[in-house]
Design a protein around this ligand. Sequence first.
Ligand SMILES: Cc1ncc(COP(=O)(O)O)c(C=O)c1O
Length: 385
Amino acid sequence: MQNPKHGFATRAIHDGQQPDAQTGAVNVPIYLTSTYQQEEIGKHKGHEYARLTNPTRDALEVSLCSLEGGTSAHCFASGMAALTALCTMMRAGDHVVCSDNVYGGTSRLFNQVLSGYGIAFTYVDTSDPANVARALRPETRLVHIETPTNPMMTLTDIAAVAEVCHASGVELSVDNTFLSPYLQQPIALGADIVMHSTTKFLNGHSDGLGGVLVGTRPEHAERFRYVQKCTGGILSPFESYLLLRGVKTLAVRMRQHDANGRVVAEFLRRHPRVRQVYYPGLAEHPQHALALRQQTGFGSMITIETGSRENANALVRRLRLAVLAESLGGVETLVCHPATMTHAALGAEGRARLGITDGLLRLSVGIEDVADILADLDQALAGMP
Ligand SMILES: Cc1ncc(COP(=O)(O)O)c(C=O)c1O
């Protein structure tokens, strides 16, 4: 729950993280224990076994719940583990509507694993809420969206889609990984559940995997706690600590990511060798007005079209500062080639449908000195044929 008296940056540092009652330690300790002493049969201090609860993870869950404005948060071993836990709300025969342009691992989980359990998935362009309304069926239980989408940076109007969902008694989950709660608050806009790959901006230092589900109803808390206990895909104490530590600086990091993102996007927009820039912060982005309305910043995820795989490869081979790697949201600038990395599982046809060409590169602009990032990109672009 939020401490409503405090602002975001204060809550990121203090919520769930009071000094240790026994020792006064300012930081939440890493509780490396698999079990807990019980005083007598049926009497314990609130912890029985570490798959169920761990004080380090508990503190993290309180913190993330506060930042997303939910009523519960449950952490898992990765973003995919969190999404899998979310999908345990479904039963055979249920139907899910999903944004057509999501992280490749999301559609892979849905198509290659969960469809085998009798759950049906329909993919639509959720940037038009009418498409969502048309795709709903009597057996639809969930609409799952990513905004901005990965990697095409298309936005979905969260409030409008929430209205469509709620009119039919369907829940809306939002993958808020690309913006973090600092730049976008899906629950305040009407979403029922928020999920993250905490591996990205929430952790912020490219040193730990994780995932979280933030719920808004008692049934969410009950279900996700129960799934943690039954399936065991929980976040470890050490990774919980890393994430707590990362989250403390989320506000300052996101401010710098956002500032650097804007400068880099403008530089790329003007660069003669870049054919197209996808960034909701640019005035020419078709959903710039929506970005201004539903986000408090534009973030640092930028996708560019270089024209061909050869051009993209020539660029990344010359990078000296930015790193060619999967993932995003770290303090360092990362560059990814969606066609062979995040969206390889879609196949050539699936990628073509979404406009994911072999020449696309996705940048996660870090918080280095922006002049150094620009200089690196400039010299790398100069080597492009
Ligand atoms: C938007 C988004 N959602 C979910 C995931 C999956 O998270 P993880 O890699 O932590 O399992 C990713 C990973 O790249 C992602 O980018």
